[in-house]
Every structure is written in structure tokens, then in C-alpha cells.
Write a protein that binds this ligand. Structure first.
Ligand SMILES: Cc1cc2nc3c(=O)[nH]c(=O)nc-3n(C[C@H](O)[C@H](O)[C@H](O)COP(=O)(O)O)c2cc1C
Length: 179
């Protein structure tokens, strides 16, 4: 039987859907899950470390070389997590994962993962439909990462198409069963 997920690292990247990341944190915390958030510099343009820290009741990791962190955050968080969940995941982040990039904290963390990794893409329909993005999604699925969504629905542009991040409740439901 799968063991329960108790500790989730939530990575948040620079999609407009990052405004929903606090709802994912809240949903997980309500289920008794400990959450640590990792925010990319572009993610920080769409949601705030303060909201994520307040809801997760923990500091938010933002940069690999943060002098206030005495330990290497990418390694310590990778060994702490039962699940690394990236929601939302941008097209650029999927491309970086597909190529094993490790420049940013979140990228290095996923490369160091010992736990399952799940990503929730969120982007415009054209970005998701592009052959490069499709190839990147297939590549990371081949590494064993779970790709949850995206869904069809109304996008940030106001148009309807496939690229919308799964709803926070659905992401929480899947995360609880993911280990
Ligand atoms: C207003 C705005 C909205 C954006 N929304 C998305 C999005 O939903 N999905 C996406 O893949 N990129 C989106 N981008 C582009 C990303 O922010 C950009 O590719 C960035 O480099 C991603 O950085 P990160 O993956 O390191 O967080 C958006 C950019 C802007 C300015």
C-alpha cells in the first residue's frame, strides 16, 4: 500500500496560475501535510513569499545561494520531501527539467530528488501545443515525473483551450496519494 504523503515541497514558477499556489498550500496544510515552498524569481512576480510563508508556516526558499540558509537547501529539501510538487510549472521550467538544468534552486532540487516528482503545467494553449513543449513533457514523463494536466478551460488570455492548471483541490487530492 502507498505510504501517506506527510511532507511536500511545493515549487512555484512564473505563470499567472501562481496566484492559486497559496490555495494549494492551504489545502495541503488542512490535510495535515507539512509544506515547504520554493519560489523561482519569476514566480515571485505572480505570488508573494509572505503569503506562502504565512500559509505554510515556514520560510520560503528562493535562491540557491541564500546566505541565511546554513545548509544547501536543494539537498536538504530533496531529502526531506515525500513529494516534490511543482504547481504551476511553466513551459520554460518543463524545458529545463527535460534538459537536466540545475542553475536555479528549484531546478537543482528536482535533479536531487529522492521522492516522486509531480508537475502541473500551466500555460497558454499555443505554448502547450508546441512540439517542443510536447516533447519536453514526454521526456520528463520518461524520467518518471508525473505530469498532471493541464486541463481544458478558460485561460489567462480569456480564450478557451488546453493549458489551464488543474484546480487546487484536484492537485491536493492527487498529491495526497502520490508517494
Ligand atoms: C504576465 C505573464 C504571464 C505569464 N504566464 C505564463 C504561463 O502561464 N505559463 C508559462 O509557461 N509562462 C508564462 N509566462 C512566461 C514565464 O514567466 C517565463 O517563461 C519565465 O522565464 C518563467 O520562469 P520560471 O519558470 O523560472 O519561473 C508569463 C509571463 C508574463 C509576463
Amino acid at each position: 500500500m502507498a505510504r501517506p504523503v506527510r511532507r511536500v515541497v511545493l515549487g512555484v514558477t512564473g505563470s499567472i496560475a501562481a496566484v492559486k499556489a497559496p490555495l494549494i498550500v492551504r489545502g495541503l496544510v488542512k490535510k495535515g501535510v507539512e509544506v515547504r515552498c520554493v519560489l523561482t524569481p519569476n514566480g515571485e512576480r505572480f505570488t508573494t513569499p509572505t503569503a506562502l510563508a504565512a500559509l505554510s508556516r515556514a520560510p520560503v526558499a528562493r535562491r540557491s545561494a541564500d546566505p541565511s540558509l546554513w545548509e544547501m537547501a536543494h539537498l536538504s529539501l530533496a531529502s526531506w520531501a515525500d513529494l516534490i510538487l511543482v504547481a504551476p510549472a511553466t513551459a520554460d521550467f518543463l524545458a529545463r527539467l527535460a534538459h537536466g538544468r540545475a542553475e536555479g534552486l528549484l531546478d537543482a532540487l528536482v535533479l536531487s530528488a529522492r521522492s516522486p516528482v509531480a508537475v502541473c503545467p500551466a500555460m497558454d494553449a499555443e505554448m502547450w501545443a508546441h512540439p517542443a513543449t510536447r516533447a519536453n513533457a514526454r521526456t520528463i514523463a520518461g524520467y518518471g515525473y508525473r505530469v498532471w494536466g493541464p486541463a481544458k478551460g478558460e485561460l489567462a488570455s480569456g480564450r478557451v483551450g488546453t493549458g489551464r492548471m488543474l484546480e487546487p483541490d484536484e492537485i491536493v487530492r492527487r498529491a495526497l496519494k502520490a508517494a
